[in-house]
Write a protein that binds this ligand. Structure first.
Ligand SMILES: O=C(O)CCC(=O)C(=O)O
Length: 275
């Protein structure tokens, strides 16, 4: 992280990184997602993935339903996002202690739909706290949203209230759909291949998709290694242990929770043992 990025992440609670995924990878990810999208819910369950719809019933006029879908159980190209090299150093710098990946899923966003604003520093959520201590970030949850389609503001862009990861008072807008015209709301339009990195403590959501396009985003979430994974989101595909890089394996399984400080909690015991 550059000094400017460090300053901005601390100040605003998020960063937008442009072009972190090359177009060839974006194409590959979209092709695999097209294949998965063509499968029925039963077939999706059959290959061990979880597809969840929001809301349960399709929109009457478009027939479209927002959904999220786990991906790592499918394996293949999605495994490359576990330790994507241009993003992982940011996760390490924002969490500082040994990290793990605790979630990875697709979000498919339909026309007419938005995500209500949620979270903010005033809400004490142990799994999402933003912290900066002694000049190092110690965030408990940092997410990356990889844009797989171009998303202009009117196409349902992800949106934040900058600085709300430090605000002591709940936003009156909490649990409302973000209004892109409100002076406090910052929509984050992206090109396919861009990534929005944000502290989960930041008030965030998405403005209404007023276009006819479906927005596709893959969210990956990182946390200190002691954090539990989100439901089945990091269950992996057969053979993962054999083909994974050591770093990927460590990120999925979770490294030991403390830096390997020799003698931590042991030296006094050993000292007394040896008399
Ligand atoms: O992009 C969106 O619709 C919001 C996603 C979100 O709130 C999250 O991943 O926590």
């Amino acid at each position: 992280m550059t000094p400017e990025e460090t300053y901005l992440f601390d100040l605003n609670g998020y960063l937008i990184l442009r072009g972190v995924l090359p177009p060839s990878l974006v194409n590959e990810l979209n092709q695999e997602l097209d294949k998965l999208e063509a499968l029925s819910d039963k077939e999706i369950r059959g290959i061990g993935l979880t597809r969840s719809y929001y809301p349960d019933e399709p929109d009457i006029s478009t027939g479209c339903r927002d959904y999220s879908c786990t991906l790592l159980k499918y394996g293949g190209v999605f495994e490359r996002l576990i330790d994507w090299p241009t993003v992982l150093p940011y996760m390490e710098a924002m969490i500082s202690v040994p990290i793990r990946i605790d979630a990875l899923h697709l979000l498919s966003r339909c026309p007419g739909r938005a995500t209500v604003f949620h979270h903010g520093y005033s809400e004490l959520l142990s799994y999402s706290e933003f912290a900066c201590n002694r000049s190092r970030f110690e965030c408990v949850s940092v997410k990356v949203g990889y844009a797989l389609t171009d998303v202009d503001v009117h196409e349902g862009a992800f949106a934040v209230i900058p600085g709300s990861h430090k605000g002591n008072y709940a936003s009156p807008q909490h649990l409302e759909n973000p209004d892109e015209n409100h002076p406090l709301v910052q929509p984050c339009p992206c090109r396919a291949g861009d990534a929005v990195i944000f502290s989960e403590d930041l008030t965030h959501g998405a403005v209404t998709n007023r276009s006819r396009k479906i927005r596709r985003t893959i969210f990956a979430s990182y946390a200190p290694s002691f954090q539990a994974a989100w439901d089945d989101q990091i269950e992996t595909a057969p053979g993962f242990e054999e083909r994974a890089t050591p770093r990927q394996l460590e990120l999925v399984q979770g490294p030991p929770p403390f830096d390997s400080a020799p003698g931590f909690n042991l030296s006094p015991f050993r000292a007394s043992e040896s008399g």
